[in-house]
Ligand binder design. Structure first.
Ligand code: 13P
Ligand code: SF4
Length: 305
């Protein structure tokens, strides 16, 4: 049954010149039919180079918006209209417009987990895999980092020469993990390496053997000679790694690490999208695209050595 739907998706996307992008957190059956799977940075780079007429994003809304901003001439569809991101939804353009005058000499660095509207008034975007490098490459010493205070604190620790101001935002799912979760899982699996996403709190990040984006965590575990890993990000990554590395063992750091927004999209949603019965086409005004593009372009420009 699943194989039949997958085969139909593969046939129809070819016939209709459709590219399917999937975030690393998507389910295995979606990843299997996607043209590309990766972290937010890799998806942004891919989005800029897509040649198909239509792009379907299996991920969350800000990711589909990023595709539209980078490829405005394409039809961009979010596979499930209700797939938002709790972090992106907690900070809107109006809040930052009010705060901005208090920081006249600051470069506003926005995590890519923000709305397209908010990006229009920011200077540079970053992702979890590129934030440290990009902040290091920004000329200005003064940085206002929004919305994730945990990723911001991680960057501040890695780039101490910058004066980084943080606001009180973040991912409620990653932020809910505690050092006590680490102690409990490490007691059961003392040999396992702890791989942590920087959306977790500094207290958890401090205990990690490796800190990185979803794709960085996967690559680290796949290349490592170690055999056991505790995964400190969405539990879908545990499943993907266990499937790809059957000779190794993977443990979730907390049962709370489930993002319902990322899990809401099913293979059937993708199929319905392809046959024109589902999904939501992303519509952004020309001004929003023009202004939001500046800070995404800056992200790609500043992510050099
Ligand atoms: P990555 O860029 O690491 O894929 O992060 C996206 C995200 O939303 C993690 O929660
Ligand atoms: Fe957003 Fe957190 Fe879900 Fe990532 S895990 S998409 S940051 S709510």
């Amino acid at each position: 049954m699943i194989k039949d739907i997958q085969n139909e998706i593969l046939r129809l996307k070819k016939e209709n010149d459709i590219c399917v992008l999937a975030h690393s957190y998507q389910s295995h059956d979606i990843v299997e039919v996607a043209d590309y799977t990766g972290d937010s940075y890799a998806l942004s780079v891919k989005a800029a180079g897509v040649t198909n007429k239509t792009v379907i994003m299996c991920g969350v809304r800000f990711m589909a918006e990023t595709v539209k901003i980078l490829s405005p001439e394409k039809r961009v569809i979010l596979a499930h209209p209700e797939a938002g991101c709790a972090m992106a939804d907690m900070m809107d353009k109006e809040i930052i417009e009010q705060i901005k005058p208090k920081y006249p000499d600051y470069t506003i660095v926005a995590y890519i987990n923000t709305t397209a509207a908010l990006k229009t008034i920011c200077d540079v975007c970053v992702t979890s895999s590129s934030a440290v490098n990009i902040v290091r490459n920004i000329e200005n010493k003064n940085i206002l980092f929004i919305p994730d205070c945990n990723l911001g604190a991680y960057v501040a620790a890695q780039v101490p020469e910058k004066n980084i101001k943080l606001l009180n935002g973040g991912c409620p799912i990653h932020a809910a993990v505690n050092p006590s979760d680490v102690i409990r899982v490490r007691e059961k699996h003392p040999e396992a390496k702890l791989l942590i996403h920087p959306e977790c709190t500094p207290e958890v990040v401090e205990l990690a053997d490796f800190v990185g984006s979803t794709a960085d965590i996967m690559n680290y575990a796949k290349r490592s000679d170690e055999k056991e890993f505790i995964i400190g990000t969405e539990l879908s990554i545990v499943e993907h790694l266990q499937h790809e590395c059957p000779d190794k063992l993977f443990y979730g750091l907390s049962t709370g690490l489930i993002c319902k927004n990322m899990r809401i999209t099913t293979l059937v949603d993708l199929y319905n999208c392809i046959i024109g019965r589902g999904g939501e086409e992303i519509k952004l005004s020309d001004e929003t695209i023009r202004d939001a593009k500046k800070c995404i372009d800056q992200m790609i420009k500043l992510n050099h050595e």
